[in-house]
Write a protein that binds this ligand. Structure first.
Ligand code: GRF
Length: 186
């Protein structure tokens, strides 16, 4: 059984999708052993509703070292699912190749510091991009710079807004994150 830890900061719909895929067999032979949040958020509730052990570690300088101390042993994968803190270099290096993130744009475009949530969608629309999408990538100490595992794009429509873009991207994320998790685990 592969052992997954999920980190969240927000609504946790990607966490929910992973939970559902483990339940329905789309992600076989895996279990979420722990959910950690860096702030109070609905993602934590989703873990509690499923009786998945969870913990809040307040965001800040000590986050990465505190997380390292409480992580269960034998972790196969750390999945960032709408997680907004930056994990420090030491943490990223000690779990190299075992941390993945989903980003709501087509990296390497529209990544880096400050590029999260609506900021990404606003920048994409402002730049007049013809397409957007989502990217799953390995996490390294360079923000959004790790190797790309999976990416899916779609055409931006003429009357696209930040809200419609966010909606479409979530749908793409729900499709590619479980696939990427399977790829990495197997
Ligand atoms: C997703 O769009 C993800 O790409 C980004 O934050 C959002 C998280 O949504 N990093 P949710 O918390 O999984 O609903």
């Amino acid at each position: 059984m592969k052992n997954i830890v999920v980190l969240v900061s927000g609504g946790g719909t990607n966490l929910q999708r992973i939970i559902d895929c483990i339940d329905n067999g789309e992600i076989p032979n895996a279990t979420i052993s722990f959910v950690v949040a860096d702030r109070d958020c609905f993602g934590l509730e989703r873990a509690k509703n499923k009786d998945i052990p969870s913990q809040l570690i307040p965001r800040g300088k000590a986050f990465s070292s505190e997380l390292k101390q409480i992580l269960p042993e034998n972790i196969d994968l750390i999945v960032l699912a709408g997680f907004l803190s930056i994990l420090n270099k030491e943490f990223c290096e000690s779990f190299s190749g075992k941390i993945i993130n989903i980003h709501p744009a087509l990296l390497p475009k529209f990544g880096g510091k400050g590029m999260w949530g609506h900021h990404v969608h606003e920048a994409v629309l402002k730049a007049g991009e013809k397409e957007s999408g989502a990217t799953v990538h390995y996490v390294t100490s360079g923000i959004d710079e790790g190797e790309i595992i999976l990416q899916k794009s779609f055409e931006i429509s003429e009357n696209e807004t930040v809200e419609t873009l966010a909606e479409k991207i979530h749908r793409v994320e729900f499709e590619i994150y479980p696939k990427a998790i399977n790829l990495v685990l197997n």
